[in-house]
Design a protein around this ligand. Structure first.
Ligand code: BGP
Length: 479
């Protein structure tokens, strides 16, 4: 436990986070099969596909598909990892595209070209002193499994995911000790197709029931592979990954407080299962009352008990407020809508910026679960301007990070065990919700527009040098 007041632990893991489908490209190269995200176009049809509207579940002529070219990390990973190393990264969070190893998900042995790609990537990271933090599933799955089985709704997908995970542990365990199962495991309800391959039209009229069934299968799969990870990779640690959606009551009217409590209990449900190893009683009753309690096999609850995680990781971008007033103004957040908080400013995309909310979240999560925490996504999507001399001044991004790091320090000071921090994202990449690369998150600029035009050249922003200094001083110098 860290006892140095107002200091990050000596071995604090500073770094950044990426997701294969938002950076790789090479969507059909090296034997890769299509994934659910490969069907998500840019523009207004994107959201419809993410939610699984079946009428657009095939490539549409004339649409641009950002995951196909992405920012070309598949070919440029050495150059990009060198830039991360230049900033002094201790850790890099990446995800593995399941369909690069198992193109349809149903093969019995992995595609060796895919294995080689990730092995080369991990070797490069380790060579430059960067520890991999690997997400097994970040918003994608082999498209075949979605079309043939209605994705995770079908129990047989558990075995296929376990086979894929076993390959990852056996092939990459030499390089990677830190793992995550499902990115934002709660997102299944918000975009069931990309997260879990669910096609609502195949859900017998009850999409939500399908989602909870699929979620249960993911919980079971996560518990199985958590146990397996420990057995195959000595000294490994497995975390769960939650979208932290902290909600405040808009007023102290008990009705608002109650509505807020509901939201927060729901947000905690996912971590309750993965950290505590059981469905919480209140959620169980709610699911049973709504007819959404999933079908379980004998032994499932025991599997959940035995496969709990070592640490809890989460993404944090903003907070929301809640109100029962139907006229309360609603604002956008990370694929959610919430009530506007008049005390907060917002990003260019309307997400409410709340550094203190990060401290509140850290304290709440640590107090509830009492296991180490890891912030694996946090950052601000903003418009950047390249000056004539090629420089990029992004004080708004530095301000955002500085304010959040100060609050992290205070949480650590209060006794929270925080393992590390990976910014989203250290390099500009494709936005999951809007597909715009011009919603820029990086310390590194990528010369590319929202339709993929540009040289793909990488440039260091002012925030690049600032973050380098933060890492060098282990968060001491935030000026
Ligand atoms: C998280 C996702 C990431 C990332 C981030 C920012 O929810 O895990 O994949 O995209 O949000 O969101 P966006 O890209 O929509 O701006």
């Amino acid at each position: 436990m860290n006892n140095n007041f107002n200091k990050f632990p000596k071995d604090f893991l500073w770094g950044g986070a990426l997701a294969a489908n938002q950076c790789e490209s090479g969507y059909k190269e090296g034997g890769k099969g299509l994934t659910t995200v490969d069907l998500c176009p840019a523009g207004e049809n994107r959201r419809k596909v993410m939610e699984g509207k079946i009428d657009i579940l095939r490539p549409i002529e004339g649409e641009y598909y950002p995951s196909h070219e992405s920012i070309d990390f598949y070919h440029r990973f050495r150059e990009d990892i060198a830039l991360f190393a230049e900033m002094g990264f201790k850790v890099l969070r990446v995800s593995i595209a399941w369909s690069r190893l198992y193109p349809t998900g149903e093969e019995l042995t992995p595609n060796q070209e895919g294995v080689k790609f990730y092995k080369d990537m991990f070797k490069e990271m380790v060579k430059l002193g960067i520890e991999p933090l690997v997400t097994l599933s970040h918003y994608e799955m082999p498209l075949e499994l979605a079309l043939k089985y209605n994705g995770w709704n079908d129990r047989s997908v558990i075995d296929m995911f376990v086979r894929f995970s076993k390959t990852c542990f056996e092939e990459f365990g030499e390089y990677a000790k830190l793992w995550l199962t499902f990115n934002e495991v709660d997102s299944i309800i918000r975009h069931p197709f990309t997260t879990a391959g669910i096609i609502p039209e195949l859900c017998d009229g009850d999409e939500i029931k399908c989602c909870y069934q699929a979620l249960h299968h993911q919980f079971v799969a996560a518990a199985i592979v958590t146990k397996m990870c420990h057995e195959i990779i000595p000294g490994s640690k497995m975390g769960c990954m939650l979208t932290k959606l902290m909600t405040y009551p808009r007023t102290c009217a008990p009705e608002d407080v109650l509505a807020t409590q509901d939201k927060n209990l729901d947000n905690n449900f996912y971590a309750d299962v993965m950290v505590l190893g059981e469905y919480p009683r209140l959620k169980t009753v709610q699911l049973k009352n709504n007819g959404h309690y999933p079908k379980m096999e004998e032994g499932d609850l025991q599997i959940l008990k035995e496969g709990t995680v070592d640490f809890l990781s989460f993404s944090y971008y903003m907070t929301m407020t809640e109100s029962v007033d139907p006229d309360a103004e609603r604002v956008p957040g990370n694929t959610v809508l919430g009530v506007k908080n008049p005390y907060l400013k917002s990003s260019d995309w309307g997400w409410q910026i709340d550094p203190i909310g990060l401290r509140i979240s850290l304290i709440e999560l640590y107090d509830r679960y009492r296991i180490p925490l890891f912030i694996v996504e946090n950052g601000i999507g903003a418009k950047d301007v390249v000056e004539d001399d090629g420089s990029i001044h992004d004080p708004y991004r530095i301000d955002y990070f500085r304010a959040h790091f100060k609050e992290m320090k205070k949480a650590v000071d209060a006794g929270v065990e925080l393992m590390g921090y990976t910014s989203w994202a250290p390099i500009d990449l494709i936005s999951a919700s809007t597909s715009q690369i011009t919603k820029r998150y990086g310390f590194i600029y990528v010369d590319q527009d929202d339709l993929g035009n540009g040289s793909h050249e990488r440039k260091r922003k002012d925030s690049f040098y600032w973050y380098k200094k933060v890492i060098e001083t282990n968060g001491e110098d935030l000026d």
